[in-house]
Design a protein around this ligand. Structure first.
Ligand code: PLP
Length: 388
């Protein structure tokens, strides 16, 4: 049996999204910037997808900018918020210690350019405290960037509360919603969100396409210079099939969302109950306040990397922390932000499920995982040390 339990790393494109892309490639081959009929046809398709995506986020079409994915959207939002801040003499940026590296590394680059960065703690439950955020906001704060759903532990930030604070204080609020889309309905109005990042491949759409929502009236500057695409803000011939595939995937993800989440939650809880029977095992992040499909464990005495290799041999695709950092032997910055000691954070396992997983797959993982942990512990010098 093969089980894909790494839906937070990427997802398989859905049949509907793939079909929409293929139809688009065949039927609308023009360049949306061309003035002839083929161009106008492609432009109509592009603008239809923009309107649909905007409506699904409770935004306006003119507030949606297409990008190459989540990283680009994050880089764009943060660098431009910083640039807007500079114009007003504001050089302070607030984020959290457990953001995706697309956010953290952008902030680091800005820090080198003279910005001051405050990273809020996320506590053991993996949640930002709105009162701590409010206390961190200063006269010269240009931006607050807090991720909607964390990619490693799945915890869901109190977005509406954060949005309310930022709006009241007159500070721009960006959220990396890459892990929220496809799992939770998104409403930029209700959340008082100024900027929001999306990536299609995290919700069964194609790779290499995403979006940045920018609230009307925010004079965002360019990340890419060139032609007049995306209202002159993001040059380059648009990835029309990818954008159409993203719109279809987002629509599909929202259909029967509550029922899908209920089923995923049931599978997750069964899996969590079984895995937590293994001695010296902990669940990272709040058990309730997380998206339905996420589990993140630490098993004392084992390395996350060897656990992944052994699970892979059993046909189970999982991850230790995020795909972007596995391969490096550093403990997860997310788990360190949750206050775990480095030696414990090393032994982490993320299992991320969604509606494409099955009960049989969950049973298979419940059958295989405890034996793998036991075997690795039997070989582990740290584990024996721990017992002595
Ligand atoms: C995957 C991910 C990104 C990066 O998206 P790409 O489309 O791979 O560039 C950014 N933020 C979060 C939270 C993610 O999970």
């Amino acid at each position: 049996m093969r089980v894909y339990a790494d839906q937070a790393a990427t997802t398989k494109i859905s049949s509907r999204s793939l079909q929409a892309m293929m139809d688009c490639c065949k039927e609308h081959p023009g360049n949306p910037s061309s003035l002839h009929e083929a161009g106008r046809d492609a432009e109509a398709v592009l603008e239809k997808a923009r309107s649909e995506i905007a409506a699904m986020l409770h935004a306006k079409p003119a507030e949606i900018y297409f990008t190459s994915g989540g990283s680009e959207a994050d880089n764009w939002a943060i660098t431009q918020a910083a640039a807007l801040g500079t114009k007003k003499g504001k050089k302070h940026l607030i984020s959290t210690a457990f953001e995706h590296h697309a956010v953290l590394h952008t902030l680091e680059a800005l820090q080198k350019q003279g910005f001051e960065v405050t990273l809020l703690p996320v506590h053991e439950d993996g949640l930002v405290r709105p009162d701590e955020l409010e206390a961190a906001i200063r006269e010269d704060t240009a931006l607050v960037s807090v991720m909607y759903v964390n990619n490693e532990v799945g915890t869901v930030a109190p977005i509406a509360q954060i949005g309310e604070i930022c709006r009241r204080k007159g500070v721009l609020f960006h959220t990396d919603a890459v892990q929220a889309a496809g799992h939770l309905p998104i409403d930029v109005e209700a959340g008082k969100i100024d900027m929001l990042s999306l990536a299609a491949h995290k919700f069964h759409g194609p790779r290499g396409v995403g979006a940045l929502y920018v609230r009307k009236g925010i004079p965002i500057g360019n990340l890419i210079y060139g032609g007049g695409q995306e209202r002159g803000k993001r040059a380059g011939t648009e990835n029309v099939p990818g954008i159409v595939g993203m719109a279809e995937a987002l629509r599909e993800s929202l259909e029967d969302r509550a029922q899908k989440n209920a089923r995923v939650l049931q599978m997750r809880e069964k899996l969590a109950d079984a895995i937590l029977q293994i001695p010296k095992t902990r669940l990272n992040g709040d058990r309730k306040n997380r998206i339905a499909g996420n589990l993140n464990f630490c098993f004392e005495g084992i390395e996350g990397e060897s656990l992944l290799l052994y699970l892979d041999l059993q046909g189970i695709c999982a991850s230790s922390g995020s795909a972007c950092t596995s391969g490096s032997l550093d403990p997860s910055h997310v788990l360190l932000a949750l206050g775990l000691p480095a030696e414990v954070a090393h032994g982490s396992l993320r299992l991320s499920l969604d509606e494409t997983n099955t009960e049989e797959e969950v049973d298979y993982m419940i059958e295989k995982l405890p034996a793998v942990v036991e075997r690795l512990r039997a070989m582990s010098p740290i584990w024996h040390d721990g017992r002595d």
